[in-house]
Design a protein around this ligand. Structure first.
Ligand SMILES: Nc1nc2c(c(=O)[nH]1)N[C@H]1C(S)=C(S)[C@@H](COP(=O)(O)OP(=O)(O)OC[C@H]3O[C@@H](n4cnc5c(N)ncnc54)[C@H](O)[C@@H]3O)O[C@H]1N2
Ligand code: MOO
Length: 624
């Protein structure tokens, strides 16, 4: 049986429908203040005592009665004797008959019974009155306040030991899918690791809920119905993941219709469309899509508003900045699109580009810096609002690299982060696209794979950027060759016979001129965004052979037939090299960590890594 997906409301409309349909009734519990961090107060809290609880010295010195000090001057210092003064330290109660403190720096101690002062004390100078900080009966914290570290201090100072807070909403998370197994388990044929619930659990905790992840439920309507019914009776919110779209085993909508009322099935958002919102026994039930990016986005769209409503708190808007698009954004009409992008400050301007979808859904999510929310296409060059998933500070200091791919570049990026604190955000494209992006000021550095003459490369760069403000930093050399599954290939063709008509050939997006030249070749050619993804595809049987590197072949467990060495260098402006990243980049290149990994993977040569190879001003003598 297939489910019909109905007309789709916008996210905000769906949230409204959900919140209208449920009554959230949090209980109050009293928790020890020391354990109340992040909890939300159910009532206003009033001080049970004053702080300080007595008049207290604000400085180290002597406590005096101001009257006894009148007339003291530089010219005629005044001596105080016996009970006219008391030595006192900050925080001590000031004795009853005194009303001021003279700082010890202004006191000349003659002997233990006699001191001399050179100016009179003003009444209540350096004395903190009872309740100066907190007065008994004063409101310390209002209702519906999330308790921060300093709030705990105020409560304890004000004599509060236990604080009434809203019970955390108990959220059941039910992973479903007969193919899903706990992530710790080795995968047998067709099995998939169930990891969304761990992500849900972490988000829910962060948002102030008490998640409870249940056992994985197989794709059987009766099992799912049982799990949901039980969860709805014992929890405040129930989340099912996944089985919410139109597949023959997507039972979530059907089961929810049987158990309660389905409010919404499908929202006008991509990704994240196949959401099911329902109410079972008065409990809100969210059926969220299985694809991780859709799952996490839709969790935030619907679970977060429920939790905030539970606590009667507004939703904190995510930080949004304005960025200039370096590439056009194309979207299908009829829904809002959440376009993941990466961003950085190049030439004083925040720029952003959509991350390639081929980068893998989960990884592209954590590698992107945020998203653009749009219902229509947008031209390159436009300023757009960008919702951050990383701190703005981190983005301001992030370096963008575009160009050819190599897994060792990630190791280098990690060393760079370790040494400079700055993140390297890398997108693999072809050499020519990399040079062009760099020349247009869309990234800081272009990564260039090259096996020809230096002069030729020089003129390639000069074509894109005639100014001479550039240099090429020497990266590493790597062995290129055929990558091929070990043993026997599907059709028995040998690796040297890569153009055999029955072979599927995988190629990495970064190799210029590898695109199919004739239509008849397209079905045999698969374009993938990185060497390791190409290698994984061969290992998985999607393709037979591909040009790659010794390291990529080794990491994927493939055979390798070496062909020729190629160099991977970094193109940057001289000013970037001198004033921004050059030094850190060279240091990371030359660090032992990179060499160690290169040796371990094999096929690399790191001689003269980090030296200046070419510059727009001509040959750089002594560096070659
Ligand atoms: N004919 C149609 N097919 C699909 C549609 C559609 O409208 N018509 N929608 C697509 C969209 S959009 C999405 S999103 C997916 C997800 O749909 P489901 O919610 O039904 O998800 P499943 O099919 O159950 O799972 C898909 C996939 O997600 C991963 N997954 C699921 N649960 C977990 C988990 N707990 N941890 C980690 N990963 C999980 C897993 O890779 C599943 O294979 O449907 C499209 N299809
Ligand atoms: O909308 Mo699905 O949620 O694209 O991945």
């Amino acid at each position: 049986m297939h489910n019909q997906i109905r007309e789709e409301p916008l996210i905000e409309e769906a949230v409204h429908i959900l919140l209208q349909a449920v009554t959230l009734q949090p209980d109050v519990e009293n928790v020890r203040v020391k354990e109340a961090l992040g909890r939300v107060t159910a009532e206003p809290i009033f001080a049970k005592r004053s702080m300080p609880p007595f008049p207290a010295a604000a400085m180290d010195g002597i406590a005096v009665n101001a009257r006894d000090t009148y007339g003291a001057t530089e010219e005629s210092p005044l001596r105080l004797h016996g009970d006219q003064f008391v030595f006192i330290n900050t925080g001590d109660p000031v004795p009853r008959r005194t009303n001021a403190v003279v700082m010890i720096e202004k006191v000349h101690v003659v002997d233990s019974h006699t001191v001399e002062i050179t100016e009179p004390a003003v009444p209540w100078k350096h004395v903190r009155h009872t309740g100066e900080d907190i007065a008994k009966g004063e409101m310390l914290i209002s209702a519906c306040q999330s308790l921060r570290p300093a709030d705990l201090g105020v409560l304890l100072a004000g004599g509060i030991q236990k604080v009434p807070v809203w019970h955390k909403p108990r959220v059941a998370v039910i992973p479903t899918g007969s193919e899903m197994v706990p992530p710790e388990q080795e995968l047998a044929g067709g099995e998939l690791p169930e990891f969304n619930s761990a992500v849900f659990e972490a988000y829910l905790k962060e948002w102030g809920a008490e998640p409870n992840v249940e056992q994985i439920v197989p794709d059987e309507p009766a099992s799912l119905a049982k799990a949901v019914r039980q969860a709805a009776q014992t929890h405040d919110i129930v989340i099912i993941n996944a089985g919410s779209s139109a597949g023959s085993k997507d039972f979530t909508p059907r089961v929810l219709k049987e158990l309660g009322t389905v409010l919404v099935h499908g929202v006008a958002a991509r990704p994240g469309k196949p959401v099911v919102l329902a109410v079972v026994d008065g409990t809100p039930v969210l059926g969220l899509p299985g694809y991780p990016v859709s799952a996490y986005l839709s969790l935030e769209w619907f679970a977060l508003p429920l939790i905030r409503a539970w606590y009667n708190q507004p939703i904190a808007e995510r930080e949004t900045i304005h960025v200039q698009l370096t590439h056009p954004v194309q979207v299908k009409s009829g829904a809002e699109h959440f376009v993941r992008m990466r961003a950085g400050k190049v030439g004083g301007q925040m720029k952003a580009a959509p991350v390639s979808k081929g980068a893998g859904a989960t990884l592209s999510l954590i590698r992107s810096d945020g998203w653009l929310r749009t219902s229509s296409g947008i031209r390159a060059g436009e300023q757009v609002p960008f919702v951050l998933s990383r701190s703005q500070n981190e983005l301001q200091h992030q370096w963008l690299l575009t160009g050819n791919d190599d897994p060792l570049l990630d190791v280098w990026g990690s060393l760079l982060k370790q040494r400079s604190g700055r993140r390297l955000s890398r997108e693999s494209t072809s050499r020519s696209e990399g040079i062009r992006a760099w020349a247009r000021g869309e990234c800081h550095v272009a990564c260039i794979l090259w096996s020809g003459e230096d002069e030729e490369l020089s003129s390639l760069v000069a074509q894109e950027k005639p100014v001479q403000d550039w240099l090429l930093l020497k990266g590493f050399q790597r062995q290129q060759g055929w990558m091929k599954a070990g043993g026997y290939s599907r059709n028995g063709a040998g690796v040297r016979d890569a153009h055999h008509k029955d072979q599927t050939w995988v190629y990495v997006a970064d190799v210029d001129g590898n695109e199919p030249k004739q239509a008849s070749e397209s079905d045999r050619r698969l374009k993938l965004p990185s060497l390791l993804k190409a290698a994984a595809a061969i290992a998985g049987g999607t393709a037979d052979v591909g040009i790659g590197t010794q390291a990529a072949a080794k990491l994927a467990g493939l055979d390798f037939v070496p062909l020729y060495p190629a160099r991977l260098d970094l193109l940057m402006t001289v000013s970037f090299y001198e004033k921004e990243g050059g030094r850190a980049m060279v240091e990371a290149f030359q660090s032992p960590g990179l060499n160690k990994r290169a040796m371990e993977w094999g096929g690399y040569n790191l001689n003269d890594v980090g030296s200046i190879l070419l510059s727009g001003r001509g040959w750089e003598p002594g560096n070659r």
